[in-house]
Design a protein around this ligand. Structure first.
Ligand code: GSH
Length: 95
């Protein structure tokens, strides 16, 4: 999906000991994006939501909530990290 589209909220499904999640958390920290982090090991409702919405319990997964109410579930740390960097760059241009 394009980072130009209107995005209402982003949340990251993850757990602490996952190395792929650590890389994505680092990108979040570097970009300063405001993203709720949902630990699927700590809270079972987050794991359930991930499986129900995204289709599998793999982390990291970025939940993208758009202004029109649609939700997208983005898997694969490299894709997520690329999306976050592009989104942060676009957001910086709009300010
Ligand atoms: N290629 C994936 C690998 C992600 C991955 O293997 N995550 C592990 C945790 S470290 C996982 O969620 N395993 C459970 C599963 O795949 O169902 C990525 O880069 O995001």
């Amino acid at each position: 999906m394009s980072t130009q589209e209107n995005i209402k909220a982003l949340s990251l499904y993850h757990f602490p000991s996952c190395p792929f999640c650590a890389a994505t958390r680092k990108v979040i920290q570097q970009t300063g994006l405001n993203i709720e982090q949902r630990d699927i090991q700590k809270q079972s409702q987050h794991r359930s939501a991930l499986i129900q919405g995204g289709g599998k319990p793999q982390v990291p997964c970025l939940r993208i909530e758009k202004d029109d109410g649609q939700h997208l579930w983005l898997y694969e740390s490299s894709d997520i990290n690329h999306f976050l960097r592009s989104y942060a760059a676009q957001s910086a241009k709009r300010v």
